[in-house]
Ligand binder design. Structure first.
Ligand code: PLP
Length: 399
C-alpha cells in the first residue's frame, strides 16, 4: 500500500523480505554480493541491470534508507554517507570544478565554513558569503562563475532562517544549483525540495538518529545531480556502514513523534526563559520575538528542537553556567533524547576568529540547548538552578 502520509512512509518503507520472511529488516553486514554467473556480473557492472555489487556502491540497508528519505523529503534519489560532513563535501565537490563559485549564507556549520574557506580555495573553488539579514543583496553577489547556492535554515547555532521560496526562485532565475542543509528542521518540519531546492543535505547524526549513536549523512535531490554525486561517492568512498543505515532507518520510524516532543519541549523552554533576568535574550524560531517569526511560521511546521540564549556576564558566566548543570549533558551533539548543551564560542566555532563569530551572532555568553525528550520540568529546573548557581559563583568571585 502506498501512503502519502509522513508517519506511514517513515514506518512502512522497507527492503524486500529475505528468504526468512522477517518483519523487521535485518542488517546486511556484507562487503559484497555474489553473482549468479559471469554474464550477470557483466550486466551489473555495465548498469544494464540493477542490483547490489559491493557495499561501497550500495547495500539493502542503505537502499532502504534512501527510498524512505526520498519519500519523506520529496526528492528523486539520494546517497547515504558516513557523516554529515562527507555529505556536505561530496555534494559540493562532485558538482563543482576549479574556477567555480559558491554563494553561501554566512551562518554555516563550523566545518562547512572550513571547507569553503580552507579546503576549496586550494582547488580554485571560490565562495562569497551573503548576509541572512540582507536578502536584497544576494542577487548582486551572484557572479558569472557562480554554480551553487548553499544555505542552512535554521542555521547552527544562530537559528537564522532563509526564505526558501524566495531562494528557490532566485536559484531558478539564475540557473544555479540550490543546496540546502536541512539538518536542524528534518523533513518532518520542512521540505526544501518543495521550494525548488535541487539538493537537500543532512547530518543524519542529529535528529534523524535521535539517540546519539551514529555519525551519518545524506545527499538527496534531483536524479541527474545525484547521478554525478553517486559517481563521485562510488569512487572516493564516503559510504555509510549498513549497520548505521539500519539504525537510521529504524530511527526514522519514530521521527514524527520525537520531533513533536522535541519541538514542544523547546517551545516551553523558550517561553519560560524569555525575559529571564539572568539572560540577555532567548532565540527560537517560533517565539514571536524571533526576527523571522513569520517566515518560520510560513516554511516550518514547528519551531524545531534547538533554542539558544545568551547568559549575562559573558564567557566566564557562560562557562560557570555549564559547570553548574546537574542533569543536562555537556556534549557537542544535538538532536538527542537527552537534552544537550553547548557553548559554541569555546567549542564548535572556536576555530573562527572573534570577528567571524561576531558576524554570525556567536556572542561569548551564547548557549545552545537541544531540547531532549525528558520531562520538560526537569530540564527547566536544571537550567534555572544552574543560572542561580552561576550567578552566586560570580558574585563570590567579585566580592
Ligand atoms: C552536525 C552538523 C553537520 C555535520 O554533520 P556530522 O554528522 O557531524 O559530520 C553539518 N551541518 C549541520 C547543520 C550540523 O548540525
Amino acid at each position: 500500500m502506498e501512503s502519502k502520509h509522513f508517519e506511514t512512509q517513515a514506518i512502512r518503507t522497507q527492503a524486500d523480505n529475505s528468504l526468512y520472511r522477517e518483519h523487521s529488516t535485518p542488517i546486511y553486514m556484507t562487503s559484497s554480493f555474489t553473482f549468479d554467473d559471469a554474464e550477470q556480473a557483466r550486466a551489473l557492472f555495465s548498469d544494464e541491470i540493477e542490483g547490489n555489487i559491493y557495499t561501497r556502491f550500495s547495500n539493502p540497508n542503505n537502499n532502504e534508507l534512501v527510498s524512505k528519505l526520498c519519500l519523506l523529503e520529496g526528492t528523486e534519489d539520494g546517497i547515504p554517507t558516513a557523516s554529515g560532513m562527507s555529505a556536505m563535501f561530496s555534494s559540493m565537490a562532485a558538482l563543482l570544478k576549479s574556477g567555480d563559485h559558491i554563494l553561501a549564507s554566512r551562518s554555516l556549520f563550523g566545518s562547512t565554513h572550513q571547507i569553503l574557506t580552507q579546503i576549496f580555495p586550494k582547488w580554485g573553488i571560490e565562495h562569497t558569503y551573503a548576509d541572512i539579514e540582507k536578502p536584497e543583496t544576494w542577487e548582486s553577489l551572484i557572479q558569472k562563475n557562480t554554480k551553487m547556492i548553499f544555505v542552512e535554515t535554521p542555521s547552527n547555532p544562530g537559528l537564522d532562517l532563509v526564505d526558501l521560496e524566495w531562494l528557490g526562485k532566485l536559484a531558478e532565475a539564475h540557473g544555479l544549483i540550490l543546496n540546502v542543509d536541512n539538518c536542524f528542521a528534518t523533513p518532518y518540519l520542512q521540505r526544501p525540495a518543495d521550494f525548488g531546492a535541487h539538493l537537500v543535505t543532512h547530518s543524519a547524526t542529529k535528529f534523524m538518529d535521535g539517540q546519539g549513536r551514529t555519525i551519518a549523512g545524506m545527499i538527496l535531490g534531483k536524479k541527474d545531480l545525484i547521478q554525478d554525486v553517486r559517481f563521485f561517492a562510488r569512487h572516493t568512498g564516503p559510504s555509510l556502514s549498513p549497520f548505521n543505515a539500519w539504525v537510521l532507518s529504524k530511527s526514522l520510524e519514530t521521527l514524527a513523534v520525537r520531533m513533536d516532543r522535541h519541538c514542544e519541549n523547546a517551545l516551553k523552554l523558550a517561553e519560560y526563559l524569555e525575559g529571564h533576568q539572568e539572560l540577555e535574550f532567548v532565540k527560537y524560531p517560533f517565539l514571536k520575538s524571533h526576527p523571522q517569526y513569520e517566515l518560520a511560521q510560513k516554511q516550518m511546521k514547528k519551531g524545531g528542537g534547538i533554542i539558544t540564549f545568551c547568559v549575562k556576564g559573558g564567557i566566564e558566566r557562560g562557562r560557570k553556567f555549564l559547570d553548574s548543570l546537574k542533569m543536562l549533558s555537556l556534549t557537542a551533539n544535538l538532536g538527542d533524547t537527552r537534552t544537550t548543551v553547548t557553548h559554541p564560542a569555546s567549542t564548535t566555532h572556536s576555530k573562527l576568529t572573534e570577528e567571524e563569530r561576531q558576524n554570525v551572532g556567536i556572542l561569548p555568553g551564547l548557549v545552545r540547548v537541544s531540547a531532549g525528550l525528558e520531562n520538560v520540568n526537569d530540564i527547566l529546573e536544571d537550567i534555572e538552578n544552574a543560572l542561580r548557581a552561576s550567578k552566586n559563583a560570580s558574585q563570590v568571585k567579585v566580592d
